[in-house]
Design a protein around this ligand. Structure first.
Ligand SMILES: Nc1nc2c(ncn2[C@@H]2O[C@H](COP(=O)(O)OP(=O)(O)OP(=O)(O)O)[C@@H](O)[C@H]2O)c(=O)[nH]1
Ligand SMILES: [Mg+2]
Length: 327
């Protein structure tokens, strides 16, 4: 909402246009699912982690048919400390109606929280009451932790490890630091709208805490491409951290000074459309490539990149303005 001198105007989207085919389950998830299915025979219980702030949506609803149906399953709803606890009962009854009966709310930032203490006893009870098939002779229990990105899987593994194995430190890196250290990230471009950023990713303040520069180029998913101005700003911002100082596009508000060289992490939600559009523009200017060459290259690295008409049109405009030779 915007307040314009006493008058409140809603900045709500007026049009909701849907492409003919809305493919929401990308190929890399199918591949991951297949890999998890192959491991299922060595698993006794599945811990599915999901964000308690979006308990009904955002989960892969078909897990029960494709993965969790045969094995004991616990839904661990993380980030309880950030969720609206007044809705707990209605969340549980809605999930019960969907066939999920073992639900535990947790705050994975606090390894002593009540929910954390319930997980292993419940898992043990469910395993003892289940058919273990080929694993019936096995004395040890094996659990698989699953869930969509950024929901707290690593945090859960670390908490279980600290609580029950009495091992300090982290078995698996959590959140931004893992990414920053592994990839030498010096800057981040987010294509998220505000509501996505605050819910699903790090905000500018959080990145700055890690000394990482941040640029948000808010773009609506699927239906919109980033504007030409945003694409120019984005490419200039990325170039500040790469060795391409002579590639500055003509756009005010950016400068090339005093930046550490390193990797720039460009993200949206699934890394298929919005972020891919900006990365394609970066590749177009860096290599003097056509949009087709840039997208082909990205797909060799990330096959699930998927651009629609709006994004192709933005790439063509960008190419014509900055790279295409004028005859
Ligand atoms: N406040 C709060 N933050 C949490 C909780 N659980 C996880 N986080 C934070 O959420 C972010 C993501 O947690 P991770 O454990 O890295 O999530 P993940 O599912 O392993 O993420 P990926 O491996 O990237 O898919 C980190 O910044 C965590 O500190 C929680 O219960 N409460
Ligand atoms: Mg993780």
């Amino acid at each position: 909402m915007t307040n314009t001198g006493g008058k409140v105007i809603a900045n709500l989207r007026q049009k909701f246009m849907s492409p003919k085919v809305l493919r929401w389950f990308p190929g890399h998830m199918t591949k991951g699912l297949r890999q998890m299915q192959q491991r299922l025979k060595n698993i006794d219980c599945i811990l599915e982690v999901h964000d308690a702030r979006v308990p009904i949506s955002g989960r892969y609803a078909d897990f029960s048919r494709t993965l969790t149906g045969l094995k004991p399953h616990i839904l661990v709803l993380s980030k309880k400390d950030l969720a609206d606890t007044r809705c707990t009962d209605s969340i549980i009854s809605t999930l019960n109606r969907e066939g999920l009966s073992n639900i535990i709310f947790t705050n994975l930032k606090n390894q002593h929280c009540k929910g954390m203490k319930q997980i292993l006893p419940l898992a043990k009870k469910l395993i003892l009451n289940s058919q273990r098939y080929n694993r019936v002779e096995e004395e040890s229990y094996s659990m698989m932790v699953i869930g969509v990105p950024n929901v707290g899987k690593s945090s859960l593994i670390n908490c279980l490890r600290n609580n029950h194995l009495r091992l300090s430190g982290k078995a698996t890196p959590v959140g931004a630091t893992a990414l920053i250290d592994d990839e030498n990230i010096k800057a981040v471009v987010s294509m998220n709208e505000d509501y996505e950023l605050s819910l699903l990713s790090n905000t500018e303040e959080e990145w700055r805490r890690y000394n990482v520069q941040f640029l948000q180029l808010s773009t609506t998913d699927i239906f919109q491409a980033p504007s030409q101005e945003k694409l120019q700003n984005g490419v200039n911002f990325i170039n500040k951290f790469r060795n391409i100082s002579n590639k500055k596009l003509d756009n005010p508000g950016t400068n090339n000074n005093h930046n550490q060289h390193g990797t720039v992490y460009v993200h949206c939600k699934a890394g298929r459309t919005r972020s891919a559009t900006l990365v394609a523009c970066y590749l177009i200017t860096k290599n003097n490539w056509t949009p087709e060459e840039a997208v082909h290259y990205m797909r060799t690295k990330r096959p699930h990149v998927l651009l629609h008409t709006a994004q192709w049109s933005a790439l063509n405009q960008f190419y014509a303005r900055h790279v295409q030779p004028t005859s």
